[in-house]
Design a protein around this ligand. Structure first.
Ligand code: HEC
Length: 399
């Protein structure tokens, strides 16, 4: 009962998280696009910096961008901040429901580190809290703002350290999700703690007839640039749990960082285009990089037993026995593993036919990567993985 409840809670949260995330990212893409398409106003107006016309769903729209801030504030000013807020809130709740309240096998991998669930939760939460304060502290400091190349490099190295460190203590999936959560939290707090107060300062200064403090504007701009480059990487983390070849790889953290760099590069191309440049180089570089990464990742540690000197024959009975001890506690009509109430993804391995039907997936999750058994909860050995790989590679013989 409890797990079913958590599943539904996760469904609602994930759904909402994606919807508000789309709204947030969509509005930020939209404003970037508008900024880059402004033209001279058709009728000269000293207050207007640029203007553009649009047509959408049968309506015509004219947008004026005002220089710094309007002399007279409109009564009704729309803010774009709740999308970020709700993306953050639903993201944190989703993390808690799936990884902290759900089965420990999502969070911990006994092959990676023998820690308790409580320790794993502590490490996860501490990373998120400490990570934000280190990032924000650096960019609030005088040197962090003065030598932005140095602070940028430290920030990137810090991200690598977090990705590497988490991959040494949590399951691959949980490590990815926590790196993503840290980036997400940084982005949300950038909006709420640094960007919106900057805009507030402008609005209030104008209302009181004072000159706005420019330092707020500079900081807001800096944090917006960070958020801009972090957008595509964070979206990858959201979908990463579908791709065991990334988080299940022995160098999962390096693959994550490589994908981040590729994502940021593609974003850089958007930015170049938006600033009027025709430069196309980031695209081929990103494509070559992702092909190289795919090549590197698909060189598996072991695909069949042969390399390891496993010369004996493996018949289906042996594979069935392995699957029975290592998989069916979760993957059967009535799972016995605590916290698992129905066969995950409705995948069952009760009969020989089940195993043959899912052979390619079994290969992917237990031989090429070690993502199954989840968190190696049932302590599958390397020899067993090799035996399954060998059986599949030799054409799944019956005897
Ligand atoms: C502790 C419980 C548990 C054990 C034991 C377990 N699994 Fe899973 N398995 C899961 C869960 C949970 C999922 C769904 C993961 C998700 O939601 O992404 C899953 C998903 C899968 C998938 C689908 C993967 C995908 O992304 O589509 C395959 C294939 C799989 N398991 C194979 C196995 C095999 C083979 C074994 C035994 C060697 C095994 N599992 C042992 C819990 C388990």
């Amino acid at each position: 009962m409890e797990t079913i409840f958590l599943d539904w809670l996760a469904l609602i949260l994930r759904w909402t998280h994606i919807i508000v995330g789309i709204a947030w990212i969509g509005s930020s893409f939209y404003f970037m696009w508008m900024d880059s398409h402004l033209e001279e106003p058709t009728e000269p107006d000293e207050e207007v910096e640029g203007q553009l016309w649009m047509v959408h769903s049968g309506g015509f729209y004219r947008v004026d961008k005002i220089m710094v801030a309007p002399k007279i504030m409109p009564n009704n000013l729309h803010w774009f901040k709740w999308e970020a807020w709700w993306t953050g809130v639903t993201g944190v709740l989703l993390l808690a429901v799936v990884y902290y309240l759900g089965s420990a096998a999502f969070l911990i991998d006994s092959d990676v580190a023998d820690i308790t669930k409580l320790e794993a939760v502590g490490i996860g939460v501490a990373t998120l809290v400490v990570g934000w304060f280190l990032y924000d502290g650096m960019y609030m400091s005088e040197w962090g703002n003065k030598y932005t190349k140095v602070s940028g490099a430290i920030g990137f190295l810090g991200l690598c350290v977090v990705a590497f460190g988490l991959s040494q203590v949590l399951s691959g999936r949980a490590a990815y999700v926590h790196v993503g959560a840290l980036i997400g939290i940084i982005m949300v707090l950038n909006v709420w703690v640094r960007i919106i107060p900057g805009q507030n300062n402008l609005v209030n200064a104008r209302k009181n007839g004072e000159e706005p403090d420019p330092s707020y504007g500079v900081r807001a701009k800096q944090r917006s640039v960070h958020n801009n480059y972090l957008t595509l990487p964070v979206v990858f983390v959201m979908i990463s749990s579908h791709y065991p070849m990334t988080f299940g790889h022995e160098h999962s953290w390096a693959i994550l960082i490589a994908l981040f760099v590729i994502g940021a590069l593609v974003r850089h191309w958007f930015n170049l285009r938006n600033s009027g440049s025709d430069a196309i180089w980031p695209v081929p570089v990103a494509i070559v990089a992702i092909i190289m990464l795919a090549g590197y990742v698909s060189v598996p540690g072991f695909t069949s037993g042969e390399e390891e000197g496993l010369k004996r024959k493996v018949a289906v009975a042996e594979v069935q026995a392995i699957v029975k001890t290592r998989c069916t506690s979760c993957h059967s009509a009535k799972p016995t593993y605590p916290g698992i109430e129905k066969p995950p993804k409705n995948i069952k391995f009760e009969t020989e036919a089940d195993i043959r039907k899912h052979a390619a997936q079994i290969q992917k999750t237990t031989v090429t990567t070690n993502t199954m058994p989840l968190g190696n909860a049932t302590k599958m050995t390397k020899e067993e993985r090799l035996a399954i790989g060998h059986w599949i590679a030799s054409g799944m013989p019956a005897k």
